[in-house]
Design a protein around this ligand. Sequence first.
Ligand code: IDP
Ligand code: MG
Length: 175
Amino acid sequence: MPVEQLLILIKPDGIKKSLTGNILTKLSEARMVIVAAKVVKVSEELARNHYCQLSSKPFFKELVDYIQGKIYGEPWDRVLAFVYQGEDAISRMRKIAGATNPEEADPVSIRGAYGRITTKGVYENVVHCSSEASESEREIKLWFKPDEIVKLMYPTKKIFLEKEERVVWDDRVVR
Ligand code: IDP
Ligand code: MG
């Protein structure tokens, strides 16, 4: 079986419902390793880009709002992003995540157990899980920089930036 990697997101409904621990426990059944993890406030640009293949769907606007956690607001308007790696990772993690429609998902899958369909018709299905290798490469590169991943899986190159602006800690400020 090939070693694969994929992007998993705990969506804002999963964060709001305090499901992070339950979801990570369920995912750990697949015995994959986490090679990157972070919490992200999702910009509209990132949301649209992440779901660009669905841009013609009637629920696209609601979907972009959903992944940004707009309906929940502070402090739930964020996602947890992970890259998992392991043998046959994509299909094994998809199985644990469950079908897209939470009403049709296996009841012991994450989406079947915790998902719902909102009154606006959005499938609030608690997690995102890449569905194929080409998609996972695009998604991992969209969500993570190479230096945020402990085990690199795609080629990298070094570039030299001039005048790059960066925020750093300022210990001189008296608080
Ligand atoms: P996936 O997340 O299982 O890969 P996709 O088809 O890639 O499913 O759709 C992305 C997300 O868009 C879903 O996870 C779900 O939140 C939402 N979605 C997909 N299809 C529908 C639909 O028919 N109605 C409402 N929301 C949908
Ligand atoms: Mg998908």
